[in-house]
Design a protein around this ligand. Structure first.
Ligand code: SAH
Length: 233
């Protein structure tokens, strides 16, 4: 089954962009996923093809009109009934690997990209749109966030990644950061690869990796560590 990605955007020329190369690009050509980048402006109703208006209550910037957004979402849903609709917004729930896995296991995703000050709030309840953030940062538009979300989904699709095992040990898959990696040369500017990784003792290597994974998560991401420990008790 082909994972159907529909992106609703004012800049469809930004797609597939980076998703046209490497793993995602090959998978796109092999029809493991499909992309439809839809111009939101095509759903404007007036003769000037307006997509935005000034914020109610005043203030800087412009807001995307709910009627135009709804027409674009309805068009995408008509082609992909039941497909989850996700809006990229810093006000959304932080994206997690768990949510990415769920989306990748489904029929596809309809991604709504904001610009200017963002969306008229009524779109979220009016069309069951899930609000998703890619981090506590502010981008100029939802397109880069949509590319991130799609990239994360696509690499999980069957047959996209080389070795199926490489997805499983990754950071976040077990609630922890992954252990660090090394490769040749064994010595570089006086720094060596940890001895244990060169020992050939697989049990010891596994033990070292588990410990580093736990230690690094505890020190770098106390939030993840708390959740991990909480889930075990
Ligand atoms: N006024 C908004 C920011 C708008 S930025 C606010 O302060 O919350 C313009 C658009 O960029 C947004 O509509 C959204 O689609 C996208 N965007 C910006 N930051 C984002 C983030 N962290 N995650 C996902 N999308 C983001």
């Amino acid at each position: 089954m082909t994972f159907a990605a529909t992106v609703l955007t004012l800049y469809p020329e930004m797609f597939p962009g980076p998703l046209g190369v490497s793993l995602a690009g090959r998978a796109l050509r092999e029809e493991k996923w499909a992309l439809d980048a839809v111009q939101i402006r095509d759903f404007a109703i007036d003769k000037h093809r307006t997509v935005d208006d000034t914020p109610a209550g005043g203030g800087a910037g412009m807001v995307l009109r709910v009627d135009v957004l709804a027409a674009a979402v309805d068009h995408a849903l008509a082609a992909h009934p039941g497909c989850p609709v996700v809006a990229m917004t810093p006000r959304g729930k932080p994206l997690t690997q768990e949510r990415v896995r769920e989306l990748a296991a489904g029929p596809g995703v309809i991604v709504l990209c904001g610009r200017f000050e963002g969306f008229d709030e009524r779109i979220f309840a009016g069309r069951r749109v899930e609000e998703v953030s890619v981090g506590d940062i502010v981008l100029s538009g939802g397109e880069c966030a949509a590319l991130m979300l799609l990239d994360a989904c696509i690499r999980l699709l069957p047959g996209v990644m080389g070795a199926p095992s490489s997805g499983q040990e990754e950071s976040f898959e077990n609630g922890l950061l992954e252990y660090p990696h090394y490769t040749r040369p064994v010595e570089w500017e006086g720094r060596t690869i940890p001895e244990v990784l060169r020992s050939g003792d697989h049990a010891k290597i596994a033990e070292w990796r588990k410990r580093r994974s736990e230690d690094d998560t505890r020190s770098r991401r106390p939030d993840l560590w708390e959740r991990h420990v909480g889930a075990r008790v």
